[in-house]
Design a protein around this ligand. Structure first.
Ligand code: SF4
Length: 388
């Protein structure tokens, strides 16, 4: 590989880590020197695929206070030409190192020019016969025409809102307009989706912990987006201070805050909860030491215990420790068998020690002997991908 292309890859590949719209961890391919740019992510039809995650350029005219690419920051600036990046991706694809592309970019010299460059890259990749997964980041303020063209070539379009409203956005990214550029772009993508002109999925990202936004502000926006837009995922990216930015001395976002936001998001997206039902502390944040579903259940003890053998699907999904899969298994299994032991539930995937204080099995209760509701901090940190 040419030395200048290697340089671009090293810099523009590693900087893409700051867009966490996907799993923000490079794949551990020990044999592969390009491993830092390859990420496992949920791609087409929910299948995990290895994505080549890269920026078209790290040049940017904007000055977002948290961003490693902000203008004026003393760093090496590089750009891929569309044919260089297309060839590089196709090379990785032919080697079977990657199955899909995640393409983002800084904004230089203006949104349309930067997005056009991304469009040309993706067009070349498609013209070369690549039919796999492409996730394209739409930049704020680009013309509707470009969004529509990219919608024809992409499996996922995302546009990062960054903050829950105009006021918080002005504290992070003063040059961006929340309503016109960000929500306006998301509305355009949504319009294309609803008119069946874009057949993929839509996502967005919010930076948390960089401004003064509370979890209540963030999740209120999430509920709005799930209700009014066809958004399939919202990503919550915990703020990390970057040297030589106005926010370099700010504290990073607690990793557990991100976990709690994702758990609350699951409740909104998949468990039939409404934002108004979530329980926040007096500052407007989720309780950091307990998952939001457990906190909700503790505030609604009048609804428990529920009898597992007769509860509706909706009731089962409200029990801490019973997730969607285990609830479905319970409903299917109890058609033929009465569930009478905690062991039966364990086999169906229920997190029994979490559920036992909220259920009965054939009328029998199973109270936890020790501390009933509080869960040790160490344990709760492991719960992001567990059923809730
Ligand atoms: S527009 Fe994007 S790349 Fe540019 S400074 Fe803001 S967040 Fe960073």
């Amino acid at each position: 590989m040419r030395e200048d292309i290697e340089d671009k890859l090293r810099i523009l590949g590693s900087l893409s880590v700051f867009d966490t719209t996907g799993i923000p961890r490079p794949l551990n391919l020990g044999y592969n020197r390009y491993k830092n740019f390859i990420y496992p992510a949920v791609g087409f039809k929910g299948k995990i695929c290895n994505l080549f995650k890269v920026l078209q350029t790290n040049r940017c005219q904007y000055n977002c206070y948290y961003c490693v690419n902000r203008c004026g920051r003393d760093t090496h600036r590089l750009s891929f030409k569309p044919h260089e990046l297309a060839q590089l991706f196709l090379h990785f694809y032919k080697k079977r190192w990657v199955e899909g592309l995640f393409l983002s970019s800084g904004i230089f010299p203006n949104p349309n020019t930067a997005q056009e460059s991304m469009f040309q890259t993706i067009k070349l990749v498609r013209e070369a016969g690549f039919k796999g997964y492409i996730h394209t980041v739409i930049l704020p303020g680009v013309d509707d025409r470009l969004i529509a063209e990219l919608g024809k070539l992409s499996d996922r379009l995302s546009l990062n809102l960054e903050a829950p409203n105009e006021q918080y956005l002005s504290l992070l990214s003063p040059e961006k307009s929340f309503h016109d550029e960000l929500m306006g772009g998301l509305k355009k993508i949504n319009y294309l989706y609803r008119k069946n002109l874009f057949k993929g999925s839509i996502s967005t990202q919010l930076v948390v912990g960089g401004g003064a936004e509370t979890d209540r502000d963030v999740l209120s926006l999430s509920q709005f987006l799930y209700d009014k837009f066809s958004i399939s995922r919202i990503y919550y990216s915990g703020f990390i201070p970057v040297r030589d930015t106005p926010f370099e001395n700010k504290l990073p976002c607690l990793p557990l805050r991100e976990v709690r936001l994702y758990q609350a998001d699951f409740l909104l997206r998949s468990y039939g909860f409404k934002y108004e039902e979530l329980i926040f502390d007096k500052e407007g944040n989720l309780f950091i030491d307990e998952d939001p579903k457990l906190v909700w259940a503790k505030h609604h003890l009048e609804l428990f215990p529920i009898e597992v053998n007769s509860a509706s699907m909706e009731e089962l999904l409200r029990v801490p420790g019973i997730g969607k899969i285990s609830a479905k298994r319970i409903v299917s299994c109890r058609k033929d068998n009465r569930l009478i032991r905690l062991e039966d539930l364990k086999k169906l995937g229920v997190v029994v020690n979490r559920a036992r204080n909220f259920i009965t099995l054939a009328g029998k209760m199973f109270p936890y002997k020790c501390k009933i509701y509080s869960s040790p901090r160490k344990e709760t940190q492991l719960l992001l991908w567990e059923e809730i």
